[in-house]
Design a protein around this ligand. Structure first.
Ligand code: NCD
Length: 324
């Protein structure tokens, strides 16, 4: 993929964090281990560490977000950085300024890191290929392409609950895989961590063409797809990215692909249920499941802070120690 090695510096360390593809197992494990040490900090009463004191981090969000933006902000604050939130949908873009002009203007304020969310696939790569050498870029979601910090907080959650041996796990990703940047990043991460079996479960209209080439098993029936799995990851129906009618109706989707307590019986007895949020209750899953004992959905949100602290501190360290 274009520009993927932008992510790693000459010594193999994380320089930008743009996508999971292009990284290696060792780096993913380093992110998870670093996040583990930060998870301890976020559970203490004094939650701050001085690692990024004096650094300025800009959250550059061209697309709405609550969970992702706020956990990036908390992560930056817990690393003692100064954080600026810029919501471009209501700002210069609507006045016609180009992406590069916006970038140059904010860079002129001496920024050390950009956290970027954009509706166009490739936006974070584009920005990373234009920033100054001392600036890092973290992708907080670009179009349908990639959402690497979400995938890593999901891997972190799976590892915390199920232990470090991904080889013995069966994982099913259920729903709108076609439009999901989260699913793409999860599949790459699960593959890099040598997961025993990765399945995707969706109606034919919501399965992307690349699916089988990534080594996942494809199912069109929910009960068969989640049979004996250890982890069920539900995805949101991404109506905002659907062109034309890909689904008969939400009600029919729920009947066929909505997760209920009864259908979960097919999965392994200690299977966990995940969702990146926001959940459409009564469409992707019942409230009984979302709030039930198997759900780790709120733990995912909490883990987002430690994982984002890990990625930010690793990217910044790459430059503090120099590139030579
Ligand atoms: C996801 C996203 O924005 O890609 N949500 C998130 O980051 N918490 C998934 C989604 O919107 O369905």
């Amino acid at each position: 993929m274009k520009g993927k090695n932008l992510q790693i510096d000459s010594q193999g360390r994380l320089r930008h964090f743009l996508s999971i593809s292009g990284l290696n197992r060792q780096l993913l494990t380093e992110i998870l281990d670093t996040a583990e040490s930060f998870a301890g900090i976020t559970e203490q009463t004094v939650k701050k560490v001085p690692l990024l004191r004096g650094k300025t981090i800009v959250n550059l969000f061209f697309e709405a977000s609550t969970r992702t933006r706020t956990t990036f902000e908390l992560a930056a604050k817990r690393l003692s950085a100064d954080v600026l939130n810029i919501n471009i949908t209501q700002s210069s873009a609507s006045k016609g300024e180009t992406l590069l002009d916006t970038l140059r203007n904010i860079e002129a304020m001496h920024v050390d890191m950009f956290v970027v969310r954009h509706a166009e696939s490739g936006a974070a790569h584009f920005i990373a290929s234009h920033v100054e050498p001392h600036t890092s870029v973290i992708n907080a979601g670009d179009g349908r392409h990639s959402h690497p910090t979400q995938a890593m907080l999901d891997m972190f959650t799976i590892r915390r609950v199920k232990g470090p041996d991904f080889g013995r796990l069966r994982v099913a990703i259920v729903g709108d895989v076609l439009h999901s940047r989260v699913a793409r990043s999860q599949i790459h991460a699960l593959n890099l961590l040598n997961t025993g079996e990765v399945r995707i479960v969706a109606p034919k209209t919501l399965i992307p063409a690349f699916a089988e080439s990534l080594g996942v098993k494809v199912f069109h029936d929910l009960r068969a797809g989640i049979q004996d799995v250890d982890v069920i990851i539900m995805l949101r129906l991404q109506h905002e990215r659907m062109k034309g009618a890909l689904l008969p109706s939400e009600h029919e989707y729920y009947e066929l692909f909505g997760l209920t307590e009864k259908k979960i019986d097919q999965a392994s007895p200690d299977a966990i249920v995940m969702h990146p949020g926001p959940i459409n209750r009564g469409v992707e899953m019942d409230s009984e499941v979302a709030d039930g004992p198997r759900s780790v959905i709120l733990q995912q949100v909490t883990h987002g802070i430690a994982v984002r602290m890990a990625v930010m501190s690793m990217a910044m360290r790459s430059k503090q120690e120099g590139d030579g």
